[in-house]
Ligand binder design. Sequence first.
Ligand code: ACO
Length: 327
Amino acid sequence: MAVRSSILGTGSYLPEKRITNADLEKMVDTSDEWIMTRTGIRERRMAAPGQNTSDLAVEASRKALASAGIDAKDLDMIIVATLTPDALLPATACMVQHKLGARMVASFDVVAACSGFVYSLSIADHYIRSGSARYILVIGADVLSRVVDYTDRGTCVLFGDGAGAVVMGPGNGRAEVLYAKLHADGSGAQKLYIPAGGSAIPASRETVDARLHFIKLSGREIFKFAVTATAEAIREAMEDLNLSPGDIGAVIPHQANVRIVDSVAERLPIAREKYFLNLDRYGNTSAASIPIAIDEAAGRDFLKPGMHVILAAFGGGLTWGSAVLRW
Ligand code: ACO
């Protein structure tokens, strides 16, 4: 039985098309100055027509498999965290399994919005530690531009498209998962949701006319929740593992808003420069945000061997959680 799991390789993919704040100024009543001061986001990416969540996921996965030196045929499981599946049925993970040419292994989606990657990493960690699986592909991928209302200035400035992936396997002393803890509070479900298109309010001409198939967000309430939940998740991880602030080498928070990260950093004794940020270039890519950030942070030597790295996520559900890696 493996004692721990490790991240063996990482990869990410961002669509080519950039949507700058100046582009959004032409669509809604907003300004670069408002978006920069309220969110820290400069630009985000948008998938091309016909380019779907599974396509982004496959691009990121190929890079992660190459960096791990693992063939798709060696995978024992594929998990896709997403809130924008290619279709409601079947799971996007099945599309990815087929496109990668993987064996007929368990492939499923995890719906935990922006916390989806941390949820999926925790599931993979348990399978690997129990010895039930050896190599698992864990992907966070979202094409939020398909569920964002580009007439709603309160949401359209926040989100972007992208995918990040990791290949996990038996612990090898590098990038080991030491810990993961997940939370949810469904009483806040309607603070961040897509009202129609599910079984409660099936899609109809009326729901489309009322724009109910787009993301609805209670911005201020989610902001407060995000700060509290992220800070608490990091504090909980440090307490459970008995880590002092000096033990933490890096924090990879969900990339939603620089003001959320600043507020979290103010509440915790971890130095601000340890928080990795790339949201200025990609906006909030939901389930993709943390694995894209891991891939970039690893590539830029922000993560150094032996360092404790905390992943901290929050999102629709409401969901939140953290994971700790020893890089
Ligand atoms: N441009 C210009 N003005 C705007 C814009 C915009 N894009 N959006 C809102 N405003 C206006 C509002 O209408 C409001 O005007 P009013 O005072 O005349 O009514 C004013 O700006 C202030 O609005 P607030 O919503 O109070 O602005 P706030 O400072 O809270 O910032 C924001 C809004 C950026 C959305 C912030 O609340 C936030 O980041 N919330 C968290 C959102 C988030 O991270 N969601 C993702 C969750 S992850 C997931 O699971 C998908």
